[in-house]
Design a protein around this ligand. Sequence first.
Ligand SMILES: [Zn+2]
Length: 214
Amino acid sequence: MASQEGIIKFYLAFTPGDSLSAGEIAGINRWRGIMLARGLIGQDPKRYDGYGFGNISRRLPPYDAPAGHRRFVISGTQTGHIAVLGPEHYALVTEYDPDHNRVVATGPAKPSSESLTHSGVYDMDDEVRCVIHVHSPEIWHAAAQLGLPTTDVAAICGTPEMAVEVARLFADTDVRARRIFSMGGHEDGIVAFGRTADEAGDTLLAVLDQVRRG
Ligand SMILES: [Zn+2]
């Protein structure tokens, strides 16, 4: 499963376009830096066959857009090795259709291979403004002990099956209140989300602290 990391598995309709503004990415870019510093986002020859891992996104208005059309800015695919991202490293996802495994995006970079996991969360709750996907062996291995909502082991990240699993978690577990879940079939994969980037980032770091305290 680790070898699947970073490879786009959906049909991508990508039109190169202008960079987003620095302001549109400032909040998530700050948190991306915090996650990178902690090894939760990045790229390491010793991890996941050297593929970049982890990604971050934020919703863009209009916030009353229907599912499938909830536009978001997401870090570009294979940017894990870059210390500080600029607007040129982010993509704008404008439409997505998990049933047909399809993503429509524009911008200066192609979107993360895990865009359909992010859109799956946005479709479940229109108050969510930020989604962060990290790789944390510590949280992932403690997920059962922590009682974290966990997607089925058969669901691979960034696929329609993962979007279905995310929907199941929102229907059957307390994930909406906890704002974090583990990806059972995606080694070390954790997703946190929130009404702000701070809420998503703080949720993730609080759980990591909890694991470390034992
Ligand atoms: Zn991942």
